[in-house]
Design a protein around this ligand. Structure first.
Ligand code: DX5
Ligand code: ZN
Length: 235
């Protein structure tokens, strides 16, 4: 479904992360947040090497693709992302994010992903300096800032990591999305929005709640000034 694209920058979007969902009924879980009006779903891919946890691969993405019209925001927490990018796009990923810490030739990888029709992002771990993405940031459609150490859901938000959004926003301007991932909830949302983030990944804050629509709404409401309602201006 290459007709599905990352929403154009200029709105704040909530991207529920499947990591805290019930993996035995993933399609139903995704349908619930789709009904809540989100435009994208964050798929966490872990390989047991880059992070000490294992989740899903291309076959699961391909099956989910049959059940959802959401943009698949695919977060590759894996070694050798260049080796697997094609398989994820063929499975139906619309946006691929790889970690700058393990990318051998990031410029070439971004080009490769774009040429296959997907949008692309780079991600920085909490301890990785913004300088690491300086040369590639402008080539990306979205920059992902980890606000916890990757690998697990429901961890505590790291403010010093989130603060990197300010410099990244300066670096990329208003037309590239800045996404935050880890510990995002109605309390931390206004903080990250004030730092310049416009794409809010939330796992535990949504999938640990019985009413997913209400949980999504609580994050949108926390953006302030109706900014979180899709279409709201953030510039
Ligand atoms: C962590 C993942 C996140 C995770 C966030 O390694 O990349 O996407 O699901 O989880 P919460 O929102 O629970 O902190
Ligand atoms: Zn993630």
């Amino acid at each position: 479904m290459q007709d599905l694209q990352l929403p154009k920058a200029g709105t704040i979007e909530v991207a529920p992360s499947i990591l805290s969902a019930d993996f035995a009924k993933l399609a139903d879980e995704i349908a619930q947040v789709e009904a809540a009006g989100v435009k994208m779903i964050h798929l966490d891919v872990m390989d047991g090497h880059f992070v000490p946890n294992i989740t899903i691969g291309p076959p699961v993405v391909a099956m989910l693709r049959k059940h959802s019209r959401l943009v698949f925001d695919t977060h590759l927490m894996i070694m050798e992302p260049e080796k697997y990018a094609k398989a994820f796009i063929e499975a139906g990923a619309n946006h691929l994010t790889f970690h700058v810490e393990v990318a051998r030739r990031p410029v070439e990888l971004i080009e490769y992903i774009h040429n296959m029709g997907a949008s692309c992002g780079v991600c920085l771990n909490p301890e990785t300096d913004v300088d690491a993405i300086k040369t590639v940031a402008g080539l990306c459609d979205m920059i992902l800032v980890m606000t916890v150490h990757p690998g697990f859901g429901a961890q505590k938000f790291i403010d010093s990591a989130a603060q990197k959004c300010k410099r990244i926003r300066e670096l990329v301007g208003p037309d590239v999305r800045v996404e935050v991932d880890g510990g995002i909830n109605p309390e931390t949302t206004p903080i990250v929005v004030s730092y310049g983030a416009d794409t809010l990944v939330a796992g535990n804050a949504i999938f640990s709640k019985p009413d997913r629509a209400k949980a999504v709404e609580a994050i949108r409401a926390a953006c302030g000034n109706d900014k979180g309602n899709n279409g709201g201006e953030i510039r």
